[in-house]
Design a binder for this molecule. Structure first.
Ligand code: SF4
Length: 428
C-alpha cells in the first residue's frame, strides 16, 4: 500500500520500509515548466523550490507514521537487491533518530521464539532452500545455504542450539554428484520455460553454461528498467481490475517509489532511462483507456506437459473478448519482432496453449505490447504452426535428456554471449 493510499486510515501496527535516499524521500528534480518568478513573488516564500519539495515529502512520511495506532516500524536498507552501490539512509530517518520516542534495533526483525524453536525454524527454512536449489540447479546458492546451516549455532545474542537432524553429509553428497555429473542430474530433473527453450535453440552450449552449470549471466540495467516498468504496469492493471482507476500523476508517483537509482552506473544513463520509463507509463495509460476487453489474467502462471516434462511460464496479461481470449506479453525493448518470428516463437505458442487450458476458452490472438514504441503486434497462429513449434520444443527436451549440448557458434550470438570467455568454441 502506498502512503497516499493509506491516507485517512489507521492500523494497529505500521511498517514503512526503504527509508533511503531517493526512495522515502524522493529526489528533487526541477519542474520541466518552471513556475514563473512573478508567481513566487506573489506568494513570497523563504524556501527554495527544492526545500518546498522536501517539506512535502516530510509531510507525506508524517502521514504514513501517524497511520499507526500502537507501533510504527521504520527501516532502511544498506544495499538494495544486487546493487553495487550503498544507498544512504533517508534524511528523515536521521532526523527521527535525533529526537526522542523511538527504539532502535540493528536488525529488521525481532525474533521472539525460544532458541530451540528458532533453530528448528531456521533449519527447516534452510533445508527447503537447499533442496529447492539442488532441484533447480542453483547449487552455488545451495552451498551458501549449507554453510549457513552449519553456522546456525551461536547466531544472535542468545545462542541457538545446533540442529541435530541436519543431514549435511547427505546434502554434500548430492551436491558432489551434481558437480561430478551435472549433465546427468540436469537431464533427470530439468524443467523448461520458453526462455530456456529459446536459449537452447540459440546455442546448446550456452544453455549448458547457464542452466546446467548454473553460471549466472551478467546484471544489466536494461533488465532493471524492464523489471521496474513491468512491475508497475502489473500493479496498475491489478488496481484497474479491482475497479480502481489510476491516473497519470499517481502512476508516475508509483514509478518513483519503485525506482532504484543506485543500479545505474551514471546519472546520465539513469536520467535517460527514467524519462523512457515515464513515457512508457504515460503511453500505457492512454492506450489502456481505449480498450474495452475485460482483463482476466495478470501475471498468470501456465503449466504444460511436453514429453513428460513440466514447461511453465508467466503470461503478462490475458484479455477476455467475450467469445475468445487474447494473450499479451509486455516488452520494453526497442526492437520489434517480425510477425513470422512471433508465430514461430516458443513463448507465444506455449502461452496460447497454456491460456486455452487455464481459462477453458479459445485464444484468437497472441502478441507483444511494445511499451517503448507504444505499439501492439498481435498475431493469429494456426494449429499447424503451433504444432510445429511444440515439436521443436519436444526435440529440445529430448536433446537435453540425451545430454546433447553442442556449441553452435555464430558471430552475433557469441558477440553478446556472457560465456564467451569460458567457451573454447566461440566464434573467432
Ligand atoms: S560463445 Fe558462442 S558458442 Fe560459446 S556458448 Fe556462447 S554462444 Fe555458444
Amino acid at each position: 500500500m502506498t502512503i497516499h493510499g493509506a491516507k485517512g486510515r489507521e492500523f494497529p501496527i505500521v511498517f514503512i520500509p526503504s527509508l533511503n535516499k531517493d526512495r522515502v524521500h524522493s529526489r528533487y528534480r526541477p519542474p520541466k515548466i518552471p513556475i514563473p518568478r512573478a508567481l513566487w513573488d506573489v506568494i513570497p516564500s523563504e524556501f527554495s523550490e527544492e526545500e518546498v519539495h522536501y517539506q512535502e515529502e516530510r509531510r507525506l512520511l508524517y502521514v504514513g507514521i501517524t497511520r499507526g495506532k500502537e507501533r510504527v516500524f521504520l527501516s532502511d536498507c544498506l544495499r538494495f537487491g544486487t546493487n553495487k552501490r550503498v544507498t544512504p539512509p533517508s534524511m528523515f530517518l536521521s532526523e527521527i533518530l535525533e529526537g526522542p520516542g523511538h527504539h532502535r534495533t540493528e536488525d529488521a526483525l525481532e525474533v521472539v521464539d525460544e532458541p530451540e524453536e528458532r533453530a528448528e525454524t531456521v533449519e527447516e527454512l534452510l533445508m527447503d532452500v537447499v533442496i529447492g536449489d539442488v532441484a533447480n540447479g542453483d547449487y552455488q546458492h545451495a552451498v551458501e545455504a549449507i554453510a549457513a546451516l552449519a553456522k546456525v549455532e551461536g547466531t544472535g545474542s542468545e545462542p541457538l542450539v545446533v540442529p541435530v537432524n541436519v543431514d549435511l553429509e547427505g546434502y554434500l553428497t548430492r551436491l558432489r554428484e551434481r558437480y561430478d555429473e551435472p549433465d546427468a542430474l540436469h537431464a533427470a530433473t530439468a524443467h523448461f520455460s520458453p526462455s530456456r527453450l529459446r536459449s537452447y535453440e540459440e546455442c546448446p552450449a550456452k544453455y549448458r553454461f547457464n542452466y546446467v552449470l548454473g553460471i549466472p549471466q551478467m546484471d544489466r540495467t536494461y533488465f532493471e528498467l524492464g523489471t521496474v516498468v513491468h512491475g508497475l504496469i502489473e500493479k496498475i492493471t491489478k488496481r484497474m481490475v479491482d475497479g480502481d482507476d489510476v491516473g497519470e500523476e499517481e502512476a508516475l508517483e508509483l514509478l518513483e517509489d519503485a525506482w532504484r537509482s543506485s543500479v545505474w552506473d551514471s546519472e546520465e544513463m539513469e536520467r535517460q532511462d527514467r524519462e523512457s520509463a515515464q513515457k512508457m507509463v504515460r503511453d500505457f495509460l492512454v492506450r489502456q483507456r481505449g480498450k474495452d476487453a475485460r482483463i482476466v489474467g495478470i501475471e498468470q502462471w501456465i503449466d504444460l506437459e511436453l514429453e513428460g516434462r513440466r514447461v511453465s511460464g508467466k503470461i503478462d496479461r490475458v484479455d477476455d473478448h467475450g467469445d475468445h481470449l487474447e494473450v499479451t506479453d509486455y516488452k520494453t525493448s526497442r526492437r520489434k519482432e517480425s510477425r513470422p518470428k512471433l508465430r514461430a516463437d516458443f513463448q507465444m505458442v506455449l502461452y496460447w496453449e497454456g491460456a486455452e487450458s487455464a481459462f477453458e476458452k479459445p485464444v484468437r490472438k497472441v502478441g507483444h505490447w511494445y511499451l517503448r514504441l507504444d505499439e501492439e503486434m498481435m498475431v493469429e497462429i494456426s494449429p499447424e504452426e503451433r504444432e510445429a513449434v511444440l515439436d521443436r520444443a519436444r526435440g529440445i527436451i529430448r536433446s537435453v535428456e540425451a545430454m546433447e549440448f553442442p556449441a553452435t557458434p555464430d558471430y552475433n550470438t557469441c558477440r553478446f554471449c556472457d560465456y564467451a570467455d569460458l567457451c573454447d568454441d566461440r566464434h573467432q
